[in-house]
Design a protein around this ligand. Structure first.
Ligand code: HEC
Length: 120
């Protein structure tokens, strides 16, 4: 009888711990929405090779875009707004090429949504 109760206690502790971890995990990194996930894919394919790997060894090292919207200004000093980032992506800047005509409106929105997550 005692052993049986002990077994149940283990099950309950296990459940509580699992639930706790699950919730903690959720709070630190909520799952990306479908739109953010689409943006993440675009970012990884079109932006990350420069902005994370600088694979072209550009002299102006592409800035880290993690948390780009957490700061008031972009690395260039202009206000960090959707409009400014969108324009930067479309027209390029310095050694960054412009992506005009490369993204549909939907893709651009997804990319911005993902940049707003801080790049999770
Ligand atoms: C060929 C490499 C390259 C690619 C690809 C690239 N970038 Fe950049 N990016 C740069 C460089 C270099 C800079 C710094 C430009 C400067 O200030 O002279 C930059 C700057 C930026 C900035 C900061 C603008 C500012 O005002 O400070 C943002 C935002 C940005 N890139 C977003 C993106 C996004 C989003 C993508 C993918 C769609 C992308 N970049 C693709 C090289 C790249």
């Amino acid at each position: 009888m005692v052993r049986q109760i002990g077994g149940w206690a283990f099950v309950l502790i296990g459940l509580a711990a699992g639930l706790g971890f699950g919730l903690a995990g959720c709070r630190s990194a909520p799952a990306l929405t479908q739109q953010e996930a689409a943006g993440k894919h675009l970012y990884q394919v079109r932006c990350a090779h420069c902005h994370e790997d600088n694979d072209l060894a550009l002299k102006t090292v592409p800035p880290d875009l993690h948390g780009v919207f957490d700061r008031k200004t972009l690395p260039s000093g202009i206000p960090a707004t959707d409009a400014a980032v969108r324009l930067n992506i479309l027209t390029g800047r310095g050694m960054m090429p412009g992506f005009a005509g490369r993204f549909t409106e939907e893709q651009m929105a997804a990319l911005l949504a993902y940049l707003h997550t801080g790049l999770r």
